[in-house]
Design a protein around this ligand. Sequence first.
Ligand code: KG4
Ligand code: ZN
Length: 342
Amino acid sequence: MKILAIETSCDETAAAIINNDHGQLQVETNIVASQVEHNQTGGVVPETAARLHSERIHQIIDRATKGGQLEYDAIAATVGPGLIGSLLIGETIARLLAKLKNKPFYAVNHLAGHVYSAWLEQTPELPALVLLVSGGHTELIYLSNHYQFELLGATRDDAAGEAFDKAARLLGLPYPGGPAIAQAALKGNDQAIDLPIPLAEKDSLEFSFSGLKGALSFWVSKQGSLSEQQVADAAASFQRTVGDILERKLLAALAQKVETKSVIFAGGVSSNQYLRTRLERAVQQHSAAKFYVPSIIYCTDNAAMIGAAGLFKAKLTKIGDDPDQPYAVADWPLDQVRLADA
Ligand code: KG4
Ligand code: ZN
């Protein structure tokens, strides 16, 4: 089966064509337009995001389908969680295409997309433990069977990506903060600043990042104007502390779920090279499970991962969702995903 997938949940306008004709998923096309306009405001402005999706989505689908030449058997779109105005643009076009072309429509959960991004290039064995770390979410998920998501722990406040974005703003670095912090950290001393590790109890699988931002803000206010070296040291120390937190929680989850065969690191923050290397090493040292992290283009928001989640859903449910009904929801936790509406 070949699926056209559309993703417009936040600030990336994306479309892709994926197939599962040879057992393993194959990405035929994958087009992403990032809304760099939000760099000016230091964060995503929902109305601007929706308007830009509306301006660009036709061209992005046109490119993903090679001017309409590539055929497909089904259509998937992200319907939540995300910004409602943005979600509605992608899903409305997907439902219309499904109707006009008489193809099944699959409503896809964005977080399920991040989970299934790991299947785009490889085939992780189940049960899998997924550390999903993005701009809006920081979660540990256990996948015993496909589309059965057990939420083991999540953040109580900010997501890790959000913490990167806020830390970058405090240090005078651009949005999105993750890549900017990673770049600045290359020249910094990661032991220069002592930042707190909240919820450090050994068995807790809950995360918290707001204290980290608070401590960094306090440190910045004490320094006066920051030199380039101080920014680098703060960025490196911040990144290392996020690594301390993620590693500790991931290993605690692995200790609880000893049957885990695959550990998957996914979401926008998993494009961070320092964290990729560090978590892979930690998993190799402490477990027999295999470590998977998608290529960087599939870590940040993209439509290929929505196609992957759509194809797994299609395989399990056979029939599609109702193309006459809007599904968009701002909030849709992964453990509330049921196959009938996944
Ligand atoms: O998954 P994603 O593209 O969008 C959401 O679903 O949220 O994640 C975006 C987040 C942003 O907060 C961004 O700062 C972070 O991922 N990010 C990174 C890196 N690249 C993107 N964080 C740390 N290091 C990176 N290299
Ligand atoms: Zn995302």
